[in-house]
Design a protein around this ligand. Structure first.
Ligand code: PMV
Length: 367
């Protein structure tokens, strides 16, 4: 990803600096104090039920990432400049951390990190953020940017924060972005490795044999907070039914963890299919997502399901390495606007992404 550097023109609340201060800032803009990165993520099984205390499995997507850098500036307050993926119409954001609203997700994450570091919003730092992670696709964009900012602030303060601390601080951003998140997104992007997550706790996933997944973007945006609220309302209207579905998803997740540890791809695929059936019953899937799931299965995927909150966003399919090309072609034929391949290695310590843009104009793809 090319480094855009400080945005030349940014709207919204930039305090007028004197020419002398601007010159000094420019001069000091090369003083890099710290840097932080965090990857995108995808939920393999367990979304929605994880909000109600059930386990879920999530994978990092390291080929797509958010990156934050902290520079020394002449005078406070701390400022945060963010640029989002070029294919998104979202304008760059410039925040003065003293003045930014309490419900601004990035400001909340940055403030939490500053305070944990023993600093305040008056610290003369400029935090520059760039992100390749498209939003509204179930790829954890809000968690990735929050975790990258937190890490960069920790590095600038010369503090060595472990993954759980980064996850906890990034959760302050996720709370503003999603209302009542389970915490899985900020946790997997902070750990940067495949995890089984339950009630705030992450365990590394044991991977018995390499597994290959394709994540296909339906091209429609989903709003996590709306979908989570919709499931909450429905579960309050039909508590018995939803409690049963959540518990069943929890069992599927534990069975999936066992299948992954044993390298049993056909079993994992069946479990993904079952999870999708329950998510359909919960009405969080869409015709576009169902079409992608059907296309993947029809082309030989071992299993497929929606990934993330639904209502748009992406699906994830488990494929045999030698059958991936056929599934890719079928997904593109069924309307996928972008494909990401995630390879899970047998050590369980890493996931690898090979991003293939399916169409011009796709998020992160050719303009
Ligand atoms: O951000 P998404 O779309 O991947 O969804 C997050 C997963 C949910 O379970 C739907 C919400 C949560 O907080 O866990």
């Amino acid at each position: 990803m090319s480094e855009p550097g400080p945005p030349a023109q940014m709207g919204g609340g930039r305090s007028a600096a004197s020419p002398a201060a601007s010159a000094m800032e420019l001069e000091m803009s090369e003083t890099l104090l710290g840097e932080g990165r965090a990857p995108a993520k995808v939920i393999l099984v367990g979304e929605h039920a994880v909000v109600y205390g059930q386990p879920a499995i999530a994978l990092p997507v390291p080929g797509l990432e958010a990156r934050a850098r902290v520079f020394a500036i002449a005078a406070g307050p701390t400022r945060l400049l963010a640029q989002f993926p070029s294919a998104e119409s979202r304008p760059p954001l410039e925040l003065d951390l003293l003045a930014a609203a309490d419900d601004e997700p990035l400001a909340a994450a940055a403030r939490a990190a500053l305070r944990y570091a023993g600093r305040t919003e008056r610290t003369p730092w400029r935090i520059e953020l760039t992100s390749q992670v498209p939003s509204g696709r179930g790829l954890g964009s809000s968690a990735a940017v929050a975790a990258a900012v937190v890490r960069a602030v920790g590095a600038a303060a010369e503090q060595d924060w472990d993954a759980q601390t980064v996850a906890d601080l990034a959760l302050e951003g996720e709370r503003r972005a999603h209302g009542r998140p389970s915490g899985i997104d900020n946790t997997v992007v902070a750990f940067g490795r495949p995890i089984r997550f339950q009630q705030g706790r992450a365990e590394p996933l044991v991977v018995g044999a390499p597994l290959c997944f394709l994540v296909a973007d339906s091209g429609r945006r989903g709003a996590t907070s709306e979908l989570v609220a919709r499931v909450r309302e429905a579960s309050e209207a039909r508590p018995g039914t939803y409690a049963g579905w959540f518990a069943r998803i929890g069992q599927l997740v534990d069975d999936a963890a066992t299948a992954i540890a044993r390298g049993n791809a056909s079993r994992l695929g069946r479990l993904m299919d079952l999870d999708h059936l329950i998510l359909q019953a919960m009405r969080v899937s869409t015709p576009e997502l169902d079409a992608l799931v059907a296309a993947a299965r029809g082309a030989g995927a071992r299993g497929a399901k929606l990934a993330g909150s639904g209502g748009g966003g992406a699906i994830i399919a488990l494929v045999d390495a030698d059958g991936a090309a056929a599934v890719r072609a079928a997904l593109i034929g069924a309307g996928a606007v972008d494909l990401i391949q995630v390879d899970l290695s047998a050590t369980g310590a890493d996931a690898d992404a090979d991003r293939v843009s399916a169409a011009p104009g796709a998020p992160g793809g050719p303009a």
